[in-house]
Ligand binder design. Structure first.
Ligand code: PLP
Length: 375
């Protein structure tokens, strides 16, 4: 039985765009361009214009976007095998998979308990016991992981900044020199258009944004077997191309990113205003696009009991994520259990509430009332 308040329903999310998507897909089917071509180039143009970067490169998915950025830096000699990259231990595993897949070494750092993201303090801590050359800034749950203190520590330590924007398309940093989009803050940004993200394709898709022309050129080659021109391979590359069908679908949805994110913020505002249960700790609320609410995550003591109560009341929930990175079997060697208490605590208590275009503000008010009944 589907719950009264589902966590997410992708058919519902895509319903407003379906007629236009069908037209776009038909256009591709009839065009004869099934790899690369005008839809991919058109989407790259649209994404670069929206994010405000000189380059956007369509790729196969978000993990590949991260891998290609790191590989690109390695081909350019700005990173070498074994170099360390700081990343927060409470991120989604893919952030770290990209680092190890490139033969680089993740330095797991604590998140700030306030934002769940890296902070200048936690980056400084990680630098005290590492010789990191780069930092992967994950804008987790849609919250921009950047401030002037981080900017300073990055500059002082000459760190490469790779943004993991998978959860944060449309997020902004409101800085002293105006507004900067996530994906235009660091050296390069990796986007995922996995169907459940704020802007999702109908299959796998991703992109890299950057103002670095050298890096963009290398990534364009790397995504296509490392070929700079036909039958000439300058790098031992990969096949990580963006499917033109997905590009055509994304061109339909991309212009509505701010609108979709505003709908998410409306739901978050209702949760923030109406949830008053002292046993439920709410995420930091901000009424601007420094947070685009990919997830609305609360912290509770007894997670399973809380989730069970909500499930009985018809509210579906999720957990992002149940384990910190070093608590996964494949990364147990990175850091011993107990060494990252903030990340571990966080992962033990976090619960995500429904937040998407499937959840109306009325639904959110009902869900808040249910949560306030929980004892
Ligand atoms: C989804 C996600 C990824 C990976 O994106 P895919 O397109 O699924 O490969 C990477 N990092 C974060 C933080 C994500 O949420």
């Amino acid at each position: 039985m589907t719950p009264r308040y589902p966590f997410l329903n992708l058919a519902t999310v895509n319903a407003p765009y379906l007629d236009e998507i069908k037209e776009a897909v038909t256009r591709v089917l009839e065009s004869g361009w099934y790899i690369g071509g005008p839809e991919v180039e058109g989407f790259e143009h649209d994404l670069g214009a929206y994010i405000g970067t000189e380059h956007a490169v369509g790729v196969s998915n978000g993990l590949d976007a991260l891998r290609l950025i790191l590989r690109g830096y390695m081909e350019l000699g700005r990173l070498k095998p074994g170099d360390e990259v700081i990343v927060n231990a409470n991120t989604y595993i893919a952030s770290v998979l990209a680092i190890t897949d490139c033969g680089l070494r993740p330095v797991l750092a604590e998140p700030s308990p306030l934002t769940a993201n890296l902070s200048a303090e936690t980056i400084a801590d990680a630098l005290r016991h590492s010789n990191a050359k780069g930092v992967m800034l994950v804008h987790l749950y849609g919250r921009t992981a950047w401030d002037e203190d981080i900017a300073r520590i990055v500059a002082d330590n000459n760190l490469l900044v790779v943004e993991d924007v998978a959860q944060a398309i449309g997020a902004r940093y409101y800085g002293p020199h105006g507004e900067v989009m996530a994906g235009a803050i660091g050296g390069a940004g990796a986007f995922s258009f996995y169907p459940t993200k704020n802007i999702g394709a109908m299959g796998d898709a991703g992109a890299v944004t950057t103002n670095d022309s050298e890096l963009a050129k290398v990534i364009r080659a790397l995504r296509n077997y490392g070929s700079d021109y036909r039958y000439h391979n300058i790098y031992a590359g990969l096949n990580c191309r963006l499917d033109p069908l997905q590009a055509a679908i994304l061109r339909v949805k991309l212009p509505f990113t701010d609108k979709e994110n505003r709908m998410r913020r409306d739901v978050a505002r209702v949760y923030n205003t109406l949830i008053s249960n002292p046993g439920v700790s709410k995420p930091l609320y901000v009424d601007d696009f420094s947070m685009v609410w990919h997830q609305y995550t609360v912290l509770v003591d007894e997670r399973e009991r809380f989730r069970g109560f909500l499930a009985d009341c018809g509210v579906a929930t999720d957990v992002n994520y149940p384990q910190a990175v070093h608590q996964q079997p494949c990364y147990a060697a990175l850091s011993p259990e107990g060494s990252l208490p903030v990340a571990e605590e966080y992962c033990q208590h976090v619960v995500s509430l429904p937040i998407s275009s499937c959840t109306s503000v009325d639904d959110a008010a009902q869900i808040a009332a249910i949560i306030n009944e929980y004892q």
